[in-house]
Design a protein around this ligand. Structure first.
Ligand code: NAI
Length: 439
């Protein structure tokens, strides 16, 4: 760990969904270099190769401003993981539940010094990389996918509906963050800003409170027969009401309490009089004195995040519930529903649950337990989500052994101290200094 980020040799993009199509095309378009598109899932490599074999032999990205095409000649489409051996950067662009199988394929071929990242990382990505790849690689993740996008034709056309103004990058070791963020800003064509370590990405993931929180409110209503009998399913954000906003805001306050406690412990461990959690200080700082050891500045409450992220797009910011209901970017999004009989019902296989609970909320719960922070509202949501997903995530206020293996909580990887959970988050150079130095 800690080697300088090497110059561009090759970038491998793994995944064949909406975001991966945009990432592959954007990087190839902006760098003018060949991008390796690693597609091990099902017959995706063959399907993309066949699609690119048809005129115009190009991948098309449609954007609000027009769009662009990338020639098939600039894309190396493969299902062979050994391409990772020549990569200096590997980007997983997929739902978090796909990271494991993608990493398992790539891991034996990764070389020391390679930067392995996920867009977006969701929670606990670093623990999974450490388990499957081991030390020696730089691990990074983006807080979110920079684009709202939808495939129009697999392997041929993808539509970008909108691009975020800014995306944070978390990195272990954190000192690599500024250089990686600068590289991704060029590649992705949207500002990528160093945002601390990967614990910051775990806690700053607002999808983990918005999606399971609002799903919980909608499913509870459905369970008590309060959905309209006919017509469209309820609107996910606009129909969530005060009840939804209150639940999400309370969950968000609990996430902030975890962040504040972690920051206090890190600062406490600096003081000679208040060492906490054994060797936390040395784990953070590599045994040296440290300044901004644990940078959680990207972790803000969900209402603040909403106002910042959608500035100018929200009709009424007088309250969180009004902001959710009047955000133009959320208009028309409905509760995901399952197809077919017996009757219209919420889709319990939706990513709002299958991704945001085990790879989001449960990871935060794991950190909360290590930090000794109680999270009663998050526990209640995890409890109900466990019922819907057919497992038990939380039992009597603690992560349950039954559901643990389905999550990316640190405990799932045998990590039972904060020192281990936060290892690699520290730096002797503060983020602000690094940004100033690297530009
Ligand atoms: P997607 O649902 O389009 O991705 C599906 C792809 O993931 C599949 O085609 C396959 O290549 C891969 N995959 C799925 N299961 C796999 C497995 N078991 N093994 C290997 N590969 C597997 O995902 P999308 O829409 O590209 O989203 C990627 C991430 O970005 C997700 O975390 C999503 O929550 C997030 N996101 C997406 C947005 C969007 O507008 N699409 C907006 C904001 C966030």
């Amino acid at each position: 760990m800690g080697a300088a980020v090497p110059e561009h040799r090759r970038v491998v993009v793994a995944g064949g969904g909406n975001g991966a199509h945009v990432a592959v095309a954007t990087i190839a378009h902006r760098t003018g270099r060949e991008v390796v598109w690693y597609l091990p899932y099902g017959d995706e490599a063959t399907a993309v190769a066949s699609a690119l074999d048809i005129p115009p032999h190009a991948l098309t990205v449609i954007t609000p401003a027009g769009g662009f095409q990338v020639s098939a000649q600039n894309l190396l489409v493969t299902g062979d993981p050994s391409v990772a051996a020549t990569a200096d950067t590997v980007l997983l662009v997929s739902p978090a539940f796909a990271h494991r199988s993608l990493l398992q394929g790539l891991a034996p071929h990764l070389q020391p010094g390679t930067a392995v990242g996920a867009i977006p990382s969701r929670g606990g990505f670093e623990y999974e990389v450490e388990e499957l790849v081991g030390p020696g690689v730089t691990v990074f993740g983006l807080q979110t996918l920079p684009w709202a996008c939808r495939l129009e034709s697999f392997g041929r056309t993808v539509r970008v509906l909108g691009t975020k103004n800014l995306t944070y990058l978390g990195c272990r070791p954190r000192t690599q963050g500024p250089a990686l963020a600068a590289r991704l800003t060029v590649w992705l064509g949207t500002p990528v800003v160093p945002g601390g370590g990967l614990t910051a990405m775990t806690l700053a993931n607002t999808g983990q409170v918005l999606h399971p929180g609002l799903m919980t409110v909608h499913i509870r209503r459905w369970q008590r027969g309060a959905w309209p009998a006919v017509g469209e399913p309820p609107l996910f954000y606009q129909d969530a009401g005060e009840e939804g906003a209150e639940l999400v805001a309370t969950m968000s306050r609990e996430v902030l309490a975890v962040a504040e406690r972690l920051a206090a412990l890190a600062n406490g461990s600096r003081s000679e009089s208040a060492p906490v959690d054994g060797d936390l200080g040395s784990a953070l700082a590599g045994g040296t004195a440290f300044g901004d050891a644990l940078d959680l500045s990207t972790v803000v409450d969900v209402f603040t995040w909403l106002r910042r992220s959608y500035e100018g797009q929200i009709g009424d910011v007088s309250s969180f519930s009004r902001a959710l209901a009047t955000n133009r970017a959320y208009q028309g999004i409905r509760v995901p529903v399952a197809d077919g009989p017996p009757s219209r019902r919420p889709d319990l296989t939706s990513r709002y649950l299958t991704e945001d609970v085990p790879f989001g909320l449960a990871v935060t719960k794991g950190l909360a337990e290590l930090a000794g922070v109680v999270t009663p509202t998050i526990d209640a949501v995890l409890g109900e989500a466990g019922d819907w997903l057919g497992t038990t995530f939380v039992d009597a206020g603690h992560l349950s052994a039954q559901g643990l293996a389905r999550t990316r909580a640190p405990q799932r990887f045998g990590i039972t101290t904060l020192a281990r959970a936060l290892a690699g988050e520290g730096e002797t150079l503060s983020c602000r200094e690094a940004v100033a130095k690297h530009g």
